[in-house]
Design a binder for this molecule. Structure first.
Ligand code: NAD
Length: 496
């Protein structure tokens, strides 16, 4: 048996470089400004991060445009781009422990998940798009004898990627994989709450043979670097993942600038429907707890609205209340904690505010409900379950983005479907039923980008990910993501 890694000890020698990566080089912000980054694990100071502004974004976009125009990347055959991306993926895996530790100290998730989930999914995503790109063919239209009409896909140009802090590397990879494989250049703006791994990824990409300038990273605040990127006149598309509030702004920025394409992957309030005919109710309870509390509940697709049939609700609530404490918050560096720290104090206060709202509005807290591990100086909240929630309560309507589950009771299938759909979001949903007819009927009726049946966490790079309604547009992952970062060209050729 191998000795477990002593992450706490490793953390003492970890390097934190908060500078940008432009044209393959580490650079400070042009005006030299930085902001201090603390760890949510225990509030220790990690370092100073470059505070990118419009001038830094402009330098990165210019580098990306130059790389695109001279075709140093787009002009390489797909098979050559594939090799570079495969090497990039290998380098991510080889640097896995360093990346995992950076991610955990930056945003608080348990380190074994940073390594086992975030690092591996990031590498798989990059490798998968690399492997796909020399297997995707273009089309020829069914014309008459006198013409040939080609329908081809071309790289779009410069892609701006703006991503959140909950899965910093994976969210970046979902944009980078298809955008780079297709031949584009990218300027990535990571969240100010989790800036470190993005720039390391850019360095690893250059080491893997990605030409300098193709993948640039500018850290900074949303209203500064983020806004400058989304407003830039020479950016062709924005791949955004984040809140619905900021997604709205992305559309506005595009309208006020060059009508760049905007692909929004936004928030969720996913419904998990448990019907009375589903026999293995203990498995449903285990699954919902595992999916809800994974990543501290900071997942866009967390099943935070649990709709349960009246006749099984008492038993289900009891089971979930027993499951919840198994996800107690612990030291994210221990390698054993199920729940880590929330990303920062603001997020912790927001989550505690929702717990107060649940109590005030008359829901019954059956597990958790309080701050945890405050002696560490970090930001932790107990895994929390509310019973007796109604669909109009604040905790059922708004995305909490923390470890708080709301259980709502229903009497009929029609009522359950109506409540599940009565949300401004439509990211994911789950149906638990042993009736084949009901499972299909309800899956069709649910307005969500992904519907799970009798499970929640099946997921893979091979399938699209994205939402209906205010959960966004466009889809990350799968071959469909190529649609977002390529232009469709028709070429008519007359044949004499
Ligand atoms: P956020 O919207 O606050 O920030 C996301 C990114 O946008 C950050 O990089 C931020 O700096 C930047 N930003 C903020 N204000 C900006 C502005 N005015 N102009 C330009 N950029 C700006 O979101 P967050 O708190 O980082 O992430 C949590 C949200 O992300 C949740 O709503 C969650 O559901 C969503 N999310 C969605 C998916 C999905 O695939 N649908 C996946 C993960 C997270």
């Amino acid at each position: 048996m191998s000795t477990p890694i002593n992450w706490t000890e490793r953390a003492t020698s970890l390097q934190f470089d908060g500078r940008a990566v432009i044209n393959g080089q580490r650079v400070a912000a042009l005006d030299g400004q930085t902001f201090a980054k603390h760890s949510p694990v225990d509030n220790r100071l990690l370092g100073a991060v470059a505070r990118g502004q419009a001038a830094d974004i402009d330098a990165a976009v210019k580098a990306a445009r130059a790389a695109f125009d001279d075709r140093r990347w787009a002009g390489q055959p797909p098979a050559a781009r594939k090799k570079v991306l495969q090497r990039f993926a290998e380098k991510i895996l080889a640097a896995g422990e360093e990346l995992a530790l950076l991610e955990t100290l930056d945003m608080g998730k348990p380190v074994q998940y940073s390594l086992g989930v975030d690092v591996s999914a990031t590498a798989r995503c990059i490798a998968w798009y690399g492997e796909a790109v020399d297997k995707v063919y273009d089309e020829i239209a069914p014309t008459g004898d006198s013409a040939l009409a080609l329908i081809t896909r071309e790289a779009m140009g410069v892609i701006g990627a703006i991503v959140p802090w909950n899965y910093p590397m994976i969210m970046a990879a979902w944009k980078l994989g298809p955008a780079l494989a297709a031949g584009n250049s990218v300027v990535l703006k990571p969240s100010e709450k989790s800036p470190y791994t993005a720039a390391r990824l850019a360095e690893l990409a250059v080491e893997a043979g990605l030409p300098p300038g193709v993948f640039n990273v500018v850290p900074g605040y949303g209203h500064e670097a983020g806004e400058a990127l989304a407003l830039h006149m020479d950016v062709d598309a924005i791949g955004f993942t984040g809140s619905t509030r900021v997604g709205r702004r992305m559309l506005d920025y595009a309208g006020r600038s060059n009508l760049k394409r905007v692909y929004n992957e936004l928030g969720g309030k996913s419904a998990f429907l448990v019907f009375e005919d589903f026999k293995d109710i203990a498995r449903a309870a285990q699954t919902v707890a595992g999916s809800m509390f994974f990543n501290q509940g900071e997942s866009c697709n967390a099943p935070s609205r649990v709709l349960v049939h009246d006749s099984v609700a008492d038993e289900f609530v009891k089971l979930v209340a027993t499951e919840a404490p198994k996800y107690a918050a612990g030291d994210p560096l221990s390698g054993k904690a199920e729940l880590g720290a929330l990303v920062d104090e603001t997020q912790m206060r927001t989550v505690l505010g929702y717990i107060d709202a649940g109590n005030t509005e008359g829901a019954r807290c059956v597990a958790g409900g309080r701050q945890a591990r405050s002696e560490t100086g970090g930001y932790y909240v107990e895994p929390t379950v509310f019973d007796g929630v109604t669909n109009d309560m604040k905790i059922a309507r708004e995305e909490i983005f923390g470890p708080v589950m709301s259980i709502i009771r229903f009497k009929t299938e029609a009522e359950a479907v109506a409540m599940a759909n009565a949300s401004s979001y439509g990211l994911q949903a789950s149906v638990w039923s042993d009736s084949l007819n009901r499972a299909h009927r309800v899956s069709r009726a649910l307005r969500a980008g992904t519907v799970h049946v009798n499970q929640y966490d099946e997921d893979d790079i091979t399938v699209p990910f994205g939402g209906y309604k205010q959960s966004g547009n466009g889809r990350d992952k799968s071959l469909h993501a190529f649609d977002k970062y390529t232009e469709l060209k028709t070429t008519w050729i007359r044949l004499d």
